[in-house]
Design a protein around this ligand. Structure first.
Ligand SMILES: [Zn+2]
Length: 284
């Protein structure tokens, strides 16, 4: 797979895509990854078929940009068949807790990538309406892309309030760099109602779910990501073998986590809390 954008430094193909889009590209969906990953670690996780999810692009805490699914292909990211077939999806490294802040380096890389995507795809305006119904019913002109957010399609806070509250600023900045003027949500909503999605749809945050404010519990999806990364870094289970990527946090996974924690001189309790999780996502 060849990167679509010259800004990409990491290319790791994810099989978790549905092939070519069935609708033209008309949307952009920016997500929070729920972990301070780098482009490489997100790519390694999405490369595993068992993880089921993916995104077209990932942006690391260091501003590194990875591509995992070609732009012409449908990623499995927003829990929506309809949206993922219309959108380029971008996972951005974020804190593991609300408001899911992203680093300045990641934010700057996001703006650059969005400008690049628009230019190469003949788009001159990035629009943010801040309203689900209006956004989904709007018929974009050929040179427009509409921003949509994961929280409209699933019971999640994604992209987190930090990025959500910046969506207007992002749209205005990208449009400005494309030579256009900032666009308010004045365009009339019309035609092309979004069809409803069906079946189980993938959700791509690296943890598999948002974490609650009250506690940090590891989901099966996140356990799977931990197993994928520990295998990538060469850690073994208690049985001396590579870990089975099954999302079950058993004795072998716990053993490998403890070895990893010892090596990295953090509390070696075998528990993947925010410190170990971010360390895993930032290692290479
Ligand atoms: Zn998301």
């Amino acid at each position: 797979m060849k990167a679509d954008s010259s800004l990409v430094s990491v290319v790791i193909y994810s099989p978790n895509n549905s092939g070519k889009r069935v609708y033209p590209l008309t949307r952009i969906s920016v997500h929070c990854a729920v972990g301070q990953c780098i482009a490489y670690s997100a790519g390694m996780i999405f490369a595993n078929p068992g993880f089921e999810a993916s995104s077209n692009y990932g942006i690391g805490k260091d501003g590194s940009i990875g591509q995992y699914v070609p732009e012409a292909y449908r990623s499995r990211c927003t829990s929506s068949y309809d949206n993922d077939n219309r959108a380029i999806t971008i996972e951005v490294a974020s804190d593991t807790y609300a408001p899911y802040k992203v680093t300045d380096a990641a934010y700057k890389a996001l703006i650059k990538l969005l400008v690049d995507i628009c230019k190469r795809n003949g788009k001159k305006k990035l629009l943010w309406f801040g309203d689900k119904d209006k956004s989904l019913s709007y018929s974009p002109k050929p040179d427009e892309l509409v921003m949509t957010v994961h929280r409209w399609f699933a019971n999640k806070s994604c992209p987190g309030d930090y990025l959500y509250n910046l969506h207007g600023t992002i749209a205005a900045e990208v449009t400005k760099q494309l030579g256009g003027s900032a666009v308010s949500g004045s365009a009339a909503a019309a035609a092309a109602p979004a069809s409803s999605s069906s079946g189980k749809e993938a959700t791509a945050s690296l943890s598999g779910a948002d974490h609650t404010e009250s506690g940090y519990t590891i989901s099966a999806k996140q356990a799977m990501a931990v197993q994928i990364l520990l295998n990538a870094y060469g850690y073994k289970g208690k049985d001396g073998k590579a870990l089975t990527v099954d999302g079950a946090f058993g004795v072998n996974t716990e053993y490998a986590v403890v070895q990893y924690q010892k090596k990295n001189k953090v509390t070696s309790d075998g528990i993947v809390g925010p410190v170990t999780w971010n360390l895993l996502l930032g290692s290479n």
